[in-house]
Design a protein around this ligand. Structure first.
Ligand SMILES: C[S@@+](CC[C@H](N)C(=O)[O-])C[C@H]1O[C@@H](n2cnc3c(N)ncnc32)[C@H](O)[C@@H]1O
Length: 245
């Protein structure tokens, strides 16, 4: 199965491999269970591989075969035995239920339509044990972030083999249904090295709460960051801990 995210596998670890703000949070939540963990949209294993390193039992799924191939290679290098599958969060079927499903790094937002969001949440519910927890995070649709749409940002990435410049720009694809696209390009020595794009849905707190209600989740907590402080500002990351009845 080829996916639009395959392109990202080539540069994902270069760009995001060192991002660790969420790691301690997900590891701590995962450690609270003796049961099996499912990471949805596990990518190249930024979090998944750490779960295995800590001796936890975890399954991973991702829609991109290239991401999964990279994850498996990294796991081999670390003498780890991953259980990962190429699958779509909207319709995957695994013959087991999990104590925790985690969806780190805003990956729920890849569900662009309400139908997809509902399908995915119902599918999570099918794969959760009674009393199991769904844990995920995504950004609050921040008015200041939207004001910067159309403007290019530039970041320097220093690797062993040289210095790269990452240029990114986001814009609305659909202003009414609130979907956005980010286009990214990596330059090495001013030459284009790689180009990619991805689309996300913007989801407000109350919108996600309605989705949870519609899919039969009754209880949840939403924090304003990985240190579990109260959510009081649109500048904060929404960190959700949702209980399966
Ligand atoms: C931002 S990356 C997150 C990867 C990893 N969880 C991490 O924290 O580094 C988003 C991932 O979502 C995957 N993805 C996008 N849509 C998906 C879908 N419908 N089902 C499963 N995975 C999906 C992409 O292939 C990509 O690997």
């Amino acid at each position: 199965m080829s996916s639009q995210y395959d392109e990202w596998a080539k540069v994902y670890d270069m760009i995001y491999g060192n991002y660790k703000d969420d790691l301690a949070f997900y590891l701590e939540e995962a450690k609270k269970t003796n049961g099996k963990i499912l990471e949805v949209a596990c990518g190249t294993g930024r979090i998944y591989i750490e779960l295995l390193k800590q001796g936890m039992s975890a399954v991973g799924i991702d829609i991109s075969e290239e991401m999964i191939t990279t994850l498996k290679k990294k796991a081999r290098e670390n003498n780890l035995n991953p259980e990962v599958y190429v699958a779509d969060m909207r319709n995957f079927r695994l013959n087991e239920k999990f104590s925790i499903i985690i969806v780190p790094f805003r990956s729920f937002l890849y569900n662009l339509t309400t139908d997809d969001q509902l399908k995915t949440l119902l599918n999570f519910k099918t794969h959760l044990l009674p009393g199991g927890r769904l844990i995920l995070n995504f950004f609050y649709p921040d008015i200041e972030r939207m004001m910067s749409f159309g403007k290019e940002s530039e970041d320097l990435i220093v690797m062993d083999n040289g210095r790269y410049v990452l240029r990114e720009k986001s814009f609305f694809v659909d202003e009414v249904n609130q979907t956005i696209e980010t286009v990214a390009a990596l330059f090495k020595d001013k030459e284009l090295f790689w180009r990619g794009a991805y689309r996300l849905a913007l989801i407000y707190k109350r919108e996600f709460e309605l989705l949870l209600r519609l899919t039969g989740f009754g209880k949840w907590l939403v924090y304003g960051g990985f240190d579990k402080r109260p959510l009081t500002s649109y500048k904060q990351e929404m960190v959700w801990i949702v209980e399966n009845p």
